[in-house]
Design a protein around this ligand. Structure first.
Ligand code: OOG
Ligand code: NI
Length: 468
């Protein structure tokens, strides 16, 4: 078979992302309502903010906006995680970033599977936040053993999807009918099962240790627990949610509202209580319920350099220190006020963010730059070209996640007010060993994208090279 007959991984990802969204809309109709609300709000924002519409046109983000979403899953073993890595690789998704959530009281560590090149992200920015349960953090040895046994018994992948993954690895791709079958089979792993694999008493034990543990261990597979569309104005959507019968969490995670958004702001509605059947040891069923699946929205802003990220982390930490308690309904107002005050120290215009090297940007030649191409001084610098308006810059959108925000999302949806403390050290090496690969450093990806845009400017303007 020749490469021409293979469906590109980008197309498989794009098709899979749609199939996943269709499945989740059927499983959780409130997600469909949220999609509608976000689409309406995005249309309104684009109508009212011509500058933003123009910016998104230049970067191409406008074309991917409606299809932009992330999902989240949780797995229990190294084998499951390593096979997921191979499954996502078929769709051109690689593990990017390491997130340790134990420090925030959630016994998992995570990565995000996503496309890495801006051209691939443009075709489908679909990402999956994937967490591995840290069984070693279960204190009770009997319970740890029960969890291990349950996980060792289950098979979260269909036989056929495993064959198709191998086929893809051997052939180097999948043809159209194999790709369709792969999508259908891969979807099965993420489907909701309302029949638990444990008895009601076992479920209760797992649940009492940590609700998350019950969610990972007591079911047949890693059901997708939310899918998140991207909004251009999260405050508007948050305000409109109650009118649609959707109750949002108390505070929006991430930075405060700004003229120029940075990183990522997220909010969600509480997980739904769903009917499940427990399976007793005599084979009979017992009715019960489980809460795990929810809806989330996010607003993405410019990606930050290490220097910008350090400033972000510092201001967020200062806010939390001043609040002296986890953000909740009770202190939401004070939290928002403290957050806004602290973040006054973060420049809020793109020119300053760029000059101070706090954020990443993409550079584009302007019409007048292209027109002046033949008369440009070969030794001209990027800064001079910007000053002459021969090159302009646009924010490079953040494609990743934030550990403190992720922990906040986890906690609010687990209804977990206990805020457990885990002292175990962050274990990126152990995570990578389970994954069977190293995670990619997201900062290197932003730097490469920025540099490619500068190289493209140099080429379009007939210059040798340009430095930042
Ligand atoms: C993942 C929670 C984190 C995000 O967007 O930061 C998350 C989970 O609940 O499994 O989805
Ligand atoms: Ni999420």
């Amino acid at each position: 078979m020749t490469a021409q007959q293979f469906v590109s991984p980008n197309e498989i990802r794009s098709r899979f992302s749609h199939a996943m969204s269709d499945m989740y809309q059927k499983e959780v109709p409130l997600y469909g309502d949220l999609l509608e609300l976000v689409a309406e709000t995005n249309r309104q924002v684009l109508r009212e903010d011509a500058a933003l519409a123009h910016q998104l046109q230049i970067t191409g983000e406008i074309e991917r906006l409606a299809m932009e979403r992330h999902g989240a899953i949780r797995v229990g073993t190294a084998d499951e995680l390593a096979t997921l890595r191979r499954l996502f690789n078929v769709m051109g998704m690689s593990p990017v970033g390491y997130y340790d959530l134990a420090v925030a009281g959630v016994p998992v560590h995570s990565t995000a599977f996503r496309a890495v090149h801006e051209d691939a992200l443009q075709i489908s920015p679909f990402r999956v936040f994937t967490s591995l349960l840290r069984l070693e953090l279960i204190e009770n040895p009997g319970l740890r053993q029960l969890a291990q046994q349950l996980l060792a018994r289950r098979r979260i992948f269909t036989e056929r999807v495993l064959e198709l993954i191998v086929l893809q690895e051997v052939q180097g791709g999948l043809d159209d009918s194999q790709a369709s079958e792969f999508i259908e089979q891969a979807l099965e792993t993420f489907r909701w099962h309302n029949r638990a694999t444990v008895s009601a008493a076992e479920y209760q034990q797992l649940h009492d240790q940590h609700r998350l543990i019950a969610d990972v261990v007591a079911f047949k597979g890693p059901h997708i627990n939310h899918l998140t569309p991207r909004t251009l104005n999260i405050d508007l959507v948050q305000q409109a949610m109650p009118g649609r019968g959707i109750t949002p969490k108390a505070v929006i995670e991430g930075p405060p509202p700004r003229r120029r958004p940075i990183l990522l702001r997220q909010t969600s509605f509480k997980a739904l209580e769903e009917s499940v059947a427990f399976v007793e040891h005599d084979g009979s069923s017992v009715d019960g319920h489980h809460t795990a699946r929810f809806g989330e929205i996010e607003q993405r802003g410019v990606a930050l350099t290490p220097k910008g990220r350090a400033l972000y982390d510092r201001l967020l930490q200062a806010t939390n220190d001043a609040l002296q308690a986890p953000p909740s309904e009770k202190n939401a107002e004070r939290y928002n006020q403290l957050l806004a005050e602290n973040f006054q120290a973060f420049p809020d215009d793109y020119a300053t963010l760029r000059e101070q090297q706090l954020a990443w940007f993409r550079y584009f030649p302007t019409e007048c730059g292209l027109a002046a191409k033949d008369s440009l001084d070969k030794h001209t610098t990027l800064e001079q070209l910007i000053a002459q308006e021969h090159i302009r810059f646009q924010p490079l959108v953040y494609e990743d996640f934030l550990p403190v925000s992720a922990a906040g999302i986890f906690q609010s949806n687990l209804g977990d007010n206990r805020h457990a403390q885990y002292n175990a050290a962050s274990s990126r090496a152990a995570f990578e060993q389970a994954l069977g690969a190293e995670v990619i450093d997201e900062l290197a990806l932003y730097q490469q994208t920025q540099q490619r845009s500068i190289n493209a400017c140099a080429q379009a303007l007939g210059l040798n090279a340009l430095a930042v």
